[in-house]
Design a protein around this ligand. Structure first.
Ligand code: KIV
Length: 234
């Protein structure tokens, strides 16, 4: 399988081939995703609540992101590796730190700072809709302003846009309004690709959003294996 590039992602949209993106926070998971053929591996700041036990993604630091991006980079060969710039960390300097840790692109929630980072030659994925870093409760986003915001991101030079919890018919309109691929999470099927938090997909998360349909039940499988080990140890 060929290496995923910014160009091949744009071609995927033109050819209507669905793009897949999943999160990884460590080396083994990154290797599983990469060898399974996922297009984009995301070191998301969901790292905070999913893997580090933080209450919110707002507590995630640049040090956390650099540490986990380094681990994930060791397992990614074919996929494009994208890392989130965490809350209040959007700057060219921090984007460069993530690239040095092994990311090939950064993802930024909202519009602020995007143009400056693209101008510095760093590939940026946009993120619109529900923005966990700045919005309190997860809620489906219905504002028509999102179409204009997506156009703004496209003109700023992003190579793709994540749409989180955008009302599906609005997500479809945004997808038609821009030439860069849209990658939806809880935003219906009319996006150019789909993204999930891998722990949610595998049934490993302690909590996951209502729109997720897990494809495995690894939490219970793990508990059963641990109980079997305890029994055999007695
Ligand atoms: O942090 C994350 O995992 C994300 C996805 C939910 C898109 O941004």
């Amino acid at each position: 399988m060929e290496k995923v590039t910014l160009i091949s992602l744009r071609q995927a949209k033109q050819r209507r081939r669905g793009i897949s993106m999943l999160t990884a926070f460590d080396h083994p998971m990154a290797a599983i995703l990469d060898s399974s053929g996922v297009d984009i591996v995301l070191v998301g700041d969901s790292l905070g609540n999913v893997a580090l036990g933080y209450k919110s993604t707002r507590s995630v630091t640049m040090a956390d992101m650099v540490h986990h991006t380094k681990a994930v980079a060791k397992g990614v060969k074919r996929a494009l590796l994208v890392a989130d710039l965490p809350y209040r960390s959007v700057s060219v300097k921090n984007a460069r730190l993530l690239l040095r840790a092994g990311a090939q692109a950064v993802k930024i929630e909202g519009l602020k700072g995007v143009r400056q980072i693209v101008r510095a030659g760093i590939p940026v994925m946009g993120h619109l809709g529900y923005l966990p870093q700045t919005m309190k409760k997860p809620k489906v986003q219905r504002s028509g302003d999102l179409i204009e915001q997506a156009r703004e991101l496209e003109s700023a030079g992003v190579f793709a846009i994540t749409l989180e919890m955008v009302e599906p018919s609005l997500a479809a309109q945004i997808t038609s309004a821009v030439r860069v691929p849209t990658i939806g999470i809880g935003s219906g099927k009319y996006c150019d690709g789909q993204v999930l938090v891998t722990y949610d997909l595998l049934g490993l998360s302690l909590w996951s959003p209502g729109f997720v349909r897990p494809k495995a039940d690894l939490k219970n499988a793990a508990a059963r294996a641990v109980k079997a080990f305890i029994r055999e140890s007695n």
